[in-house]
Ligand binder design. Structure first.
Ligand code: SF4
Ligand code: SF4
Length: 281
C-alpha cells in the first residue's frame, strides 16, 4: 500500500455515511486532485477539464484510455507537489462542476469496471474511505457539507480544520450547534456560510509558497513533507487553540502581531455571522 493510504482503510463494508459527495460538493482528494504546486481555482478547473475531454474522447476503449492516461500523467508530472501521493488522471468532471471517477462502472455502457487502468489497484478505488469517515461526528460532517464545489474536498479531508471550526461556532453560540438546527436554518443561513467558506478558500493570509499545503511544506526531490511552525509562533497574542488550528490548516504564512490580529478578527467575524444567522438574529 502506498504512503497515500497510510492513514486510511479499505473497509470490508462501506461506512454508513459516505462523505465523498453531497448535493452541492464533491471530493477526489484521495485521487490526488489537490496534489499540485499550482492550486488556483482556474488551474484546477483547466486541469480537470483537460482530463475530462481526453478521457471522454477515448471512452470506453481501454487501449485509448491507457494512452490518454500516459499522456496526462506526463503532462501533469512537472507540477505534482508531493511524490508520495499519487495523482490519477481519471479524476475529472463527472457532472457540471462535480468531480469524481471518470472510470466508475456506473458510467460504463455495460457496467464494466475499468478502474484497474488508474494509478491504484481497483480494490483500493472501490473500498478506500479516508480517516475523516471515522473521525468526524455527524454534526461536524454536516457543517463540512455546507461547503460547496471542489473546496468541499479540501474541507472534509481536514478533520482538524472541521473540528476547530465547529468549536469556534459553538463558542460563538455559547452552546453546541446541532445538525437539526443547521438544516432548519437553511436557506437563510446560506449567505453567512458562503461568506465563511469563500473567505477560507481565498484566505488572504495564505503562504504564497507553492510548496506549502496546509500545515506542511513539501521539499526536496521526493517532496518530503515537513511540519511548519504555527503561523502564530512567537507572538504575544492570546489565541484560542481552535483559532490557531484553523489558521495553520489554511496554510497561513508567519504573521506579525498586526497581521495576526487582522486574520483572527476576519475569522471571528465570519464565524459570528454564521452564529447570528443560526440564532435567527
Ligand atoms: S479523500 Fe475521503 S472524502 Fe475525499 S473522495 Fe477520498 S475517501 Fe472520499
Ligand atoms: S481510477 Fe481510482 S484513483 Fe483513479 S480517479 Fe478513479 S477512483 Fe480515483
Amino acid at each position: 500500500m502506498s504512503d497515500a493510504h497510510r492513514d486510511s482503510r479499505t473497509a470490508p463494508r462501506a461506512p454508513l455515511r459516505i462523505l465523498c459527495q453531497h448535493a452541492h460538493g464533491s471530493c477526489a482528494a484521495c485521487c490526488g486532485v489537490h496534489n499540485f504546486r499550482v492550486r488556483s481555482h482556474s488551474a484546477e478547473h483547466a486541469r480537470l477539464l483537460r482530463r475530462t475531454e481526453r478521457v471522454r474522447a477515448a471512452w470506453p476503449d481501454e487501449a485509448a484510455l491507457a494512452r490518454a492516461r500516459d499522456e496526462l500523467l506526463a503532462l501533469e508530472a512537472p507540477d505534482v507537489l508531493f511524490a508520495g501521493v499519487k495523482v490519477c488522471p481519471f479524476s475529472g468532471y463527472v457532472d457540471e462542476g462535480r468531480v469524481g471517477c471518470l472510470l466508475h462502472p456506473s458510467r460504463h455502457p455495460r457496467g464494466a469496471d475499468l478502474r484497474e487502468l488508474g494509478v491504484y489497484p481497483r480494490e483500493i478505488c472501490e473500498g478506500h474511505f479516508c480517516a475523516p469517515h471515522d473521525w468526524l461526528r455527524a454534526r461536524e460532517a454536516d457543517l463540512a457539507q455546507t461547503a460547496r464545489g471542489l473546496f468541499y474536498g479540501r474541507v472534509v479531508t481536514d478533520a482538524g480544520l472541521v473540528k476547530a471550526l465547529a468549536r469556534l461556532l459553538d463558542d460563538a453560540l455559547g452552546r453546541a450547534f446541532t445538525s437539526a438546527e443547521l438544516a432548519r436554518a437553511r436557506p437563510a443561513l446560506d449567505p453567512a456560510l458562503t461568506a465563511l467558506w469563500d473567505t477560507l478558500r481565498d484566505w488572504p493570509w495564505r503562504d504564497p509558497d507553492p510548496a506549502r499545503f496546509g500545515g506542511f511544506v513539501f521539499t526536496g526531490n521526493e517532496a518530503t513533507e515537513r511540519g511548519v511552525p504555527s503561523c502564530l509562533a512567537g507572538l504575544s497574542l492570546e489565541v484560542e487553540p481552535a483559532v490557531r488550528q484553523v489558521l495553520d490548516a489554511l496554510g497561513t504564512r508567519a504573521l506579525d502581531d498586526a497581521a495576526a490580529g487582522a486574520a483572527m478578527a476576519c475569522l471571528r467575524e465570519r464565524v459570528e455571522a454564521v452564529a447570528a444567522a443560526l440564532r435567527g438574529d
